[in-house]
Ligand binder design. Structure first.
Ligand code: GLA
Ligand code: ZN
Length: 687
């Protein structure tokens, strides 16, 4: 039962390094009489469970009133679990506040975007700016750390639970203004960045600024999408909201770190979670963890990408699969059972993508309230030997033989950029097509690699690119000049870079680049996007690439060679005179910037025969531009060609359709996972 930790760098100085796969999950013995506990311990051991995540939602029990704390039940549970040889991930219990607290200190309650102050109820219900929360949440965390610090079976701390949501109360409003003051210093600077001369928005007093919500800048469009009017302000609000939630996490984290500096700390992420910039959050986590609940129609590539995304935000190190259902969820519209073998498949898929744990929600099905119909290792029948229990038991035995995989990484030579701020930026865009979805666009490219069995890292803008041969940054609508230079270096040194429609339109303030799209990337791609057409989903255009016809969907960039833009600038100068206007950097194009090569052209409409897929040789590398969206067959064919040219080999060849291949590698060797999504089977081979 040894705790072994690994010191890395100063930002993320350690991660949970365990000698055996952690196998267990959320266990709520406080909901049960003690005679049940004893049976649970025995059943868990039978199922090869070795870890229990405790105390996720017990605040009201631990603190019955403002003045009193009662740890007696948790003491018993901690003792029992240690005596039975289980490791523990100990949660701080702060994701659901006690009712008395809301009654006495209403500042703890959230206010919705329509101004409705919430009453007490449900969970994830605290205001991140609440002075009450900021006093009592870290205090509880501190008390837990002091009380249980000597339990050497605690492998990690779990702060809160699935952070998310927004609060629009006056305290949050005040903090938003403070955040803006710190960022901009002066109102002039803020007015510039938000382009407030549009629609008479100039601010003269910080107190005039409101959180953008249904009462201020937001409305719902004809198509049903939430629209915001001042994009720069919206973007800052999203940044602020992620930061203020993170602040709440950090005060609990800091309280614990003071007492148990060697126990790693995490909180559980969710999927592609829109509201929080997980990459920023991960900087304050010793290892990342996430809760994996695929929907009934989630495709294998999306699930694989979600794992890779989480591994990526954690710096490509092993992560924890903090929660998953052993059988069903209860919160989807329709909740089908995981088919025989599917739980094993999904669990080992997480492992294949870098998880060093397999954990479930929940260990025992609760007796009452919202989650009584949610799958569990022990179901309401209360016995071992059910279909689900048996599969859990078999997987436990299997994991015990796989420990040499622990600590390994995924040897990727290709990467897909996924940037939260850009996600918000694309989402906030009004026009050209409401159906454009950044996450889907990223998934299109990821799937192209996936279907060719090419391991991929999902990376952020700050990640080092030197280990990659191919990098795709789909729809990087918001891109700084610095980032464009970083990409130019990457390509100059031999990398292949791929970008797609709506790249390089705005800077970090959401101000549009002047002098032609794709702003700072024009020379790299050797092109100019003059306009963009929008298509209805049921009326795609077509294009030809490599002798085949594919669909062009939703957006069709009107692409010109860069020399046409140069010519246009010269003609304007001739006609309007050598104005200062033309001295702006927007109109400077290097002498040696060349034109792209056209690889694919549109097959329909007034732009038939004009470029849609282009490539440009730049230094030792190549820059590809895909001016539209297409169907999976295109991305598969395209990625096959590009990766082959770049010298990337698939992890396996001649693989049956429907089988996913993933790789992990460490000093013990290379581990190949064959995940058959059609038949719910997994083979793990050492290469
Ligand atoms: C989330 C929560 C858990 C539980 C599960 C149910 O992941 O963290 O507390 O509600 O969902 O799927
Ligand atoms: Zn608030």
């Amino acid at each position: 039962m040894l705790r072994r930790y690994y010191r890395e760098n100063s930002e993320r100085e350690m991660y949970m390094k365990v000698k055996e796969f952690l196998y267990g999950g959320d266990y709520n013995p406080e909901q049960w009489p003690e005679e049940v506990w004893e049976a649970d311990m025995k059943m868990f051991r039978k199922a090869h469970i070795n870890e229990l995540t405790l105390n996720v939602f017990s605040w009201a029990a631990l603190q019955p009133s403002e003045e009193t704390y009662d740890f007696s039940k948790l003491d018993k549970i901690m003792e029992l679990v240690r005596a039975n040889g289980f490791k523990v991930i100990l949660a701080t219990s702060t994701a659901a506040t006690p009712p008395w607290m809301a009654k006495r200190h209403p500042d703890i309650l959230r206010t919705d975007g329509n101004g409705m102050k919430r009453k007490y109820g449900a969970r994830h219900n605290f205001c991140p700016s609440s002075p009450t929360m900021r006093k009592y949440a870290p205090l509880l965390a501190q008390k837990l750390a002091e009380r249980y610090k000597d339990y050497d079976n605690i492998v990690a701390w779990h702060i809160g639970n699935e952070y998310g949501g927004e609060c629009h109360c006056d305290n949050c409003q005040k903090n938003y203004r403070e955040w803006l003051k710190k960022k901009y210093g002066t109102l002039d600077e803020l007015n510039r960045a938000w382009n407030t001369s549009f629609w008479s928005h100039t601010y003269y007093d910080w107190d005039e600024i409101q959180i953008p919500d249904e009462r201020s800048e937001n409305f719902v469009s004809e198509g049903g999408k939430k629209i915001t009017q001042v994009q720069g302000q919206f973007l800052d609000y999203m940044r602020f909201n992620s930061d203020i939630m993170l602040d709440e996490y950090r005060i609990e984290r800091d309280a614990i770190k003071k007492i148990t500096p060697d126990i790693p700390i995490t909180t559980n992420f969710m999927w592609f979670f829109y509201g929080l910039n997980y990459r920023e959050w991960a900087k304050y986590m010793d290892f990342v963890s996430w809760d994996c609940y695929p929907h009934m129609d989630t495709e294998p590539a999306e699930l694989a990408m979600a794992h890779d995304l989480i591994r990526g935000v954690g710096g490509q190190k092993p992560f924890a699969l903090m929660e998953s259902s052993p059988s069903v969820t209860n919160w989807q519209h329709i909740n089908p059972l995981k088919r025989p073998g599917q739980m094993t498949l999904y669990s080992l898929e997480a492992v294949a993508h870098g998880a060093d744990t397999v954990q479930f929600f929940q260990m025992r099905r609760s007796r009452g309230a919202a989650e009584a119909m949610h799958g569990a290792v022990i179901e309401h029948v209360g016995l071992a030997g059910t279909r689900v229990f048996d599969e859990v038991e078999k997987l436990g035995a299997r994991l015990e033989k796989m420990n040499e995989i622990l600590g390994s990484t995924v040897p990727s030579q290709a990467a897909v950029v996924f940037d939260w701020e850009n996600w918000w930026a694309v989402d906030a865009l009004q026009g050209p097509n409401e159906l454009i979805d950044y996450k889907n666009e990223c998934l299109n490219y990821y799937r192209g690699f996936f279907e060719n069995h090419i391991p991929v890292d999902v990376i952020g803008l700050d990640d080092d690119l030197s280990k990659y041969k191919v990098v795709v940054a789909p729809m990087l609508f918001m891109a700084s000049k610095d980032y464009a230079e970083k990409i130019e270096d990457f390509v100059r040194n031999g990398g292949a870079f791929i970008a797609s429609a709506l790249t390089g339109y705005v800077d970090k303030d959401y101000l549009f680049y002047q002098g032609g799209y794709p702003g700072p990337f024009k020379e790299l791609f050797g092109l100019w996007v003059e306009e963009q057409d929008a298509l209805a989903p049921d009326a795609p255009d077509h294009f030809e690439w490599d002798g085949q016809e594919y669909e062009a969907q939703l957006i069709c960039d009107q692409i010109r060679p860069l020399s046409e833009l140069k010519k246009l600038i010269e003609e304007n100068k001739k006609e309007l005179g050598e104005l200062d206007y033309f001295k702006s950097p927007a109109y400077q194009i290097s002498e040696d910037a060349g034109d792209m090569t056209v690889d694919g052209t549109y097959a329909d409409d007034f732009y038939k025969g004009t470029p849609v897929i282009t490539e440009n040789s730049y230094g030792k590398g190549r820059a590809y531009y895909i001016g539209t969206q297409s169907t999976p067959d295109f991305y598969k064919d395209f990625m096959k060609q590009v990766t082959k040219k770049a010298g990337i080999k698939p992890a396996a060849e001649g693989v049956k359709k429907g089988v996913e291949v993933a790789v992990r590698e460490n000093e013990n060797g290379k581990f190949l996972f064959y995940l058959d999504h059609k038949n719910n089977t997994v083979e793990v081979k050492k290469a």
